[in-house]
Write a new protein. Structure first.
Length: 359
């Protein structure tokens, strides 16, 4: 890919999926830190998104929210042109592996086609940066005796979700090769913290334990993941946006690795329920395929000046505190808290909402 060093200063940023988990945290970080940037959020408000996460930003003069689908080329082109967008940070995606086993065509539509629409519009409008948010799952699993993954490791996705993210990555790379579109790709490990929909393991286990229900652990619970607190991820995107090299790929990961069974026991202890630990752990049927581990090196990103600042215990405490106050944000979570959720995805029309000072 075409690569060159940069010290980039955007003026107008479109953040897709900005009402979701990671997107909302990054959006808040950027809007509050960079008051001189025009920042637009595009989100179709699917089941795992929530306007409550970004409601305080509606008072900011440098922020606009647009409800709409990234698959709408007319809408995306209109936004890029009317808002003079020079940078896209593309978070919007269907991301839950269990859902991808049951709704895989929706993952193709949203993750591949949606990314392609954005790329085509970015090419037409000659954007200066297109930052594509991928995942460590594109690498596929590694075994305990295998070395850590680097950005040059082979991609071996093992489920429909990671396959669609991989396919979208290749589209992003192709637009760099064929059209010289200035792209950057990120691959992140498991993120946790405020605003995460409780189909994901940490908020799911918290909600179950708060109701004195057992954590439903897939398989034998020995599969491990690396965890990183969402605030550290927001700082990573700040650095990548401003200092990242065009055409480069950056792993965003931590060295903290934990098995699912260890995660459940950590939450049980944090919530003061260790006397009932045996009753609060339930082993269920495994996923159709469950990667053993993804251990990534983030050396390239660290060379730009980034590192994690919030350790597991502190981050987990902050996460628990937030969910104790906000666990009802999504209403009925019955379907999300089952062992293998299969949420039906919905489509929405678009509308534009912004404060009066932006009219």
């Amino acid at each position: 890919m075409n690569k060159k060093a940069t010290n980039y200063q955007p003026k107008s940023i479109l953040i897709t999926g900005g009402a979701g988990f990671v997107g909302s945290n990054v959006l808040k970080y950027f809007v509050e830190k960079y008051e001189n940037y025009n920042i637009v959020c595009l989100d179709k408000l699917d089941y795992c998104s929530n306007l409550k996460f970004i409601q305080p930003l509606f008072e900011k003069e440098n922020f606009k929210f647009v409800k709409g689908n990234i698959n709408s080329q007319d809408l995306v082109l209109h936004l890029l042109q009317s808002e003079a967008i020079d940078t896209i940070i593309h978070f919007a995606a269907q991301s839950h592996v269990d859902n991808s086993f049951g709704n895989s065509l929706n993952f193709t539509k949203n993750n591949i086609m949606g990314t392609h629409v954005l790329l085509e519009c970015a090419k037409i409008c000659k954007l200066k940066r297109f930052i594509y948010v991928s995942t460590d799952e594109v690498y596929g699993q590694i075994l305990p005796n295998e070395p850590q993954l680097t950005e040059k490791s082979r991609l071996e996705p093992t489920n429909p979700y990671s396959a669609t993210k991989t396919a979208a990555e290749f589209l992003v790379k192709a637009y760099n090769y064929s059209f010289n579109l200035p792209i950057i790709i990120t691959r992140g490990c498991n993120v946790y913290g405020p605003n995460q929909y409780p189909e994901k393991v940490i908020p799911k286990f918290f909600c179950l334990l708060e109701s004195n229900k057992p954590c439903t652990i897939h398989g034998n619970g020995k599969n491990t993941r690396n965890y990183i607190y969402v605030e550290d991820v927001a700082r990573a995107f700040d650095i990548i946006t401003h200092k990242g090299k065009i055409g480069e790929i950056y792993n965003i990961g931590s060295d903290f690795e934990l098995s699912t069974i260890e995660l459940a026991k950590s939450l049980i202890k944090k919530l003061g329920k260790e006397d009932n630990e045996k009753e609060l752990i339930s082993f269920v049927e495994d996923r159709l395929f469950n990667d053993l581990s993804y251990r990534m090196k983030s050396t390239k990103l660290k060379l730009l000046g980034w590192d994690t600042t919030i350790d597991w215990d502190e981050g987990l405490d902050l996460t628990i505190q937030w969910y104790k106050k906000n666990k009802n944000n999504w209403g009925d979570l019955k379907n999300a808290l089952i062992a293998h959720p299969r949420n039906k995805l919905k489509e929405n029309k678009f509308s534009i909402v912004n404060n009066s000072s932006n009219n």
